[in-house]
Structure formats: structure tokens, C-alpha cells
Design a protein around this ligand. Structure first.
Ligand SMILES: Nc1nc2c(c(=O)[nH]1)N[C@H]1C(S)=C(S)[C@@H](COP(=O)(O)O)O[C@H]1N2
Ligand SMILES: [Mo]
Length: 257
């Protein structure tokens, strides 16, 4: 065996490379290859299982289960001047922007949004702080909006830009709330932009005029005061780079419940 060949065979792929060089007949019968394929199959199954569990529906409840004192958390009344101006005129000139890696950027008024395909669901909101509340949410199905906008092939995540500054002491824009989800959650049937809560327009403390419901995840993923949804390939270059206000401060990006 030459020195070059030996070097070639000594890396991470050495055993597989050796089998390839040894010929197909031995390759087929090789226990090492069988074991490798079995491992690959396990991985695929695990991935499939994980994906299946992520696409299954979150539990839905009955009207009698709705909390009469649903907790409000984080920002409950944004002090940001732009938001206060919108709230003062009943969100008449509020527009939801859907842009970034899309074919047809959208700018939707609240009545535009109310005219889009909708879903109503009664779900339990679980905050990482250890409390839960049950509420009924009605909103536009995010999947339908994304189909309308037409995601470009490079799009992998959605960034939700919010109107509120949760940490006024953080430099620049870094105190502004934001969140991000991947396309599995974006196209999940229970992922909606909620404009009604318990059958009435969403109150300010719960995120008026529109908040995200992403029911397979913990409370902090459910962005309130949504202004803009930006389709991106990566969120690494945005703010702290971890994909959310709380993620930039150490929380997990995927917060499954
Ligand atoms: N824009 C914005 N969205 C937010 C927050 C926030 O402070 N600002 N807090 C998050 C957290 S930690 C939780 S538990 C929920 C609280 O939603 P609620 O007020 O409807 O209970 O909103 C999430 N979304
Ligand atoms: Mo939370």
C-alpha cells in the first residue's frame, strides 16, 4: 500500500472507503455496511418520528375550559410611540407586512386579514415560568398567507418583528421583542395570527391587533404585537443571532411543549 493510499484510508471515511475499494460483492455482504445502513435507518425513523410529533395537533379544549382570568405576561401595554399612535386610532392604519424571501410581498390591513382563511381553536398556553391558561383564539392561518405571498426556495425561517420594547435599557433595537419559527411550525394547521380572543377583538395586553399562536411551543414563542413577518434563510445575522428576544438571553430556540 502506498503512503498516499494509506493517508486516504486513515481519515473519518477510512472504513467505508476501504469497503468501496474492496469491491461490491464484499460490500453487499459486509457486516460493517449492514450496520451502517441500519444506523442510517434508525436516524431516518427518529427524524420521521420527531417530524410526525411536530406536525400532530396540540390538544384542544371545550368552551367550559376557558380560563376566566387568562394571565398576561411580558409587555402588556407597549410604550413605543409608533404603537401608541396605532392603538389610539383603533389600528386603522396598521398593516401586517409579509416580506423578505417571498415572491409577492403583502401589506394587509386588519380587515384584509379578517377576510383570509381562518381557524378557531381553544388551547392551553404554557409559560416557561410555570403557569398555564386556556383561551380561544381565532386568526388567519399562516400557511394560507405564506401560499399567497409565495415563499422563495431559500426561505427557511420566519422572523416576527414586534412593536414593543421589552427591555428599554438594551442598546439600540436589541430591547425590541422578536421571535422566529421554522417552516414546519409555519405550515402547521394550528399556527395562526390571532385577532380574536374568546370571541372578541384581541385586547392590547394580549397582543393587539395580532399575535402569533404556535401551539406546539411554549409561551415566549407566541409573539404579540406582530408588525412584520420576514422570510429569511437564516436568523444568525439578526439582533443577538439566537432567533428571539429571550433566545438572545439564553432560552432554547425550539421550545416544544
Ligand atoms: N411582543 C411580545 N410578545 C410576547 C411577549 C412580550 O413580552 N412581547 N412575552 C412572551 C411570553 S414570555 C409569554 S408567556 C406570552 C404571554 O402572552 P399573554 O400575555 O397573552 O399571556 O407572550 C409572549 N410573547
Ligand atoms: Mo412566558
Amino acid at each position: 500500500m502506498t503512503a498516499n493510499r494509506r493517508r486516504l484510508l486513515s481519515g473519518a471515511g477510512a472504513s467505508l472507503m476501504g469497503l468501496v475499494l474492496a469491491g461490491c460483492d464484499r460490500l453487499n455482504r459486509s457486516e460493517a455496511v449492514q450496520a451502517t445502513l441500519a444506523r442510517a435507518e434508525d436516524l431516518t425513523l427518529a427524524t420521521q418520528r420527531a417530524l410526525l410529533s411536530r406536525t400532530s395537533l396540540a390538544k384542544e379544549f371545550e368552551p367550559k375550559d376557558i380560563s376566566d382570568d387568562f394571565r398576561a405576561n411580558g409587555t402588556t401595554n407597549p410604550g413605543d410611540p409608533a404603537y401608541k399612535a396605532l392603538a389610539a386610532e383603533g389600528f386603522e392604519s396598521w398593516r401586517l407586512i409579509i416580506d423578505g424571501l417571498v415572491e409577492r410581498p403583502l401589506s394587509l390591513s386588519l380587515s384584509d386579514l379578517r377576510a383570509r382563511p381562518a381557524r378557531t381553536q381553544i388551547t392551553r398556553h404554557d409559560c416557561v415560568e410555570g403557569w398555564s391558561s386556556i383561551g380561544q383564539w381565532t386568526g388567519a392561518r399562516l400557511a394560507a398567507l405564506l401560499e399567497e405571498a409565495g415563499l422563495r426556495p431559500q426561505a427557511r425561517y420566519l422572523i416576527f418583528h414586534c412593536a414593543d420594547t421589552l427591555d428599554p435599557n438594551a442598546p439600540g433595537e436589541t430591547g425590541r421583542y422578536y421571535e422566529s419559527i421554522d417552516l414546519v411550525d409555519a405550515f402547521h394547521p394550528q399556527t395562526i395570527l390571532a385577532y380574536d380572543m374568546n370571541g372578541a377583538p384581541l385586547p392590547v395586553r394580549y397582543g393587539a391587533p395580532v399575535r402569533l399562536r404556535v401551539e406546539r411551543q411554549l409561551g415566549y414563542k407566541h409573539a404579540k404585537y406582530v408588525m412584520r413577518i420576514e422570510a429569511v434563510e437564516s436568523f444568525e445575522a439578526f439582533r443577538g443571532g439566537q432567533g428571539g428576544f429571550w433566545e438572545d438571553r439564553g432560552y432554547a430556540w425550539y421550545a416544544g411543549v
